[in-house]
Design a binder for this molecule. Sequence first.
Ligand SMILES: O=C(O)CCC(=O)C(=O)O
Ligand SMILES: [Fe+2]
Length: 245
Amino acid sequence: MRYCSENVMDPVRYGTSLNTTRKHALHWRDFLRHYGGLVSHTYHLSPDNPPTYKHITKEYLKEVWQLRVKIFSAISEGLGLDPDYIESSLGVEGTQIIAANYYPACPEPNKTLGLAPHSDHGGLTILMDNGIPGLQIKHNQTWYSVPHVPGTFVVNLGDYLEVLSNGKYKSVEHRAVVNAEAARISIAVGHGPKMDAIVQPASPLIKENSESKYRPIVYKDYIRDQQSTIKRGKSALHEIMNNNI
Ligand SMILES: O=C(O)CCC(=O)C(=O)O
Ligand SMILES: [Fe+2]
């Protein structure tokens, strides 16, 4: 319980739901999350126990960072931007956040959720799990289970990328369901800009007759808004959309 915290900005946090101080249905999950990153001022605060944890996560986060560079480069090109456009917008001080999620087997899985519907606030989340199904994504108002394919990662697009692309890419709404038979573990690593970056569409994508669909917001304010309240689905993103005024 040493890392138990309600402050979404704490560098190392253990918890179950978002915002447990408010009365609402909690998640069937435990999580531990903390920062990684090329430049992380708080990495040393991550757990010392088990003794191998720090070293293994550090190596893992470094490898995942390499993968994210490649994916961001491909997406930048796909948007007609310079290949390093998104990477530069994030910068070496950009955030990398690892969330280790543990969903115990649940005697009444239909009465709860491991994680309620949401989209991730960063650009890309690179996720692996222990092979037990549970992740679902929403498409056209229907939930679809994401199959586990051994040896692969699941990559989720987040809100930062939806805004940067001025809506060309959509962040994926997702949730985690639980089951009665087996515990599920997922390791999600999100990648966003630095905390005081302004989240806004890429300027080359805003032409004279194509207006910005999103209002600029400081990344950490967006995270606070999304995570400190009982928001669900993509409602935090909808609030900064211009057609939502
Ligand atoms: O457990 C999963 O598959 C999803 C985890 C997730 O969405 C998150 O940590 O943001
Ligand atoms: Fe997520």
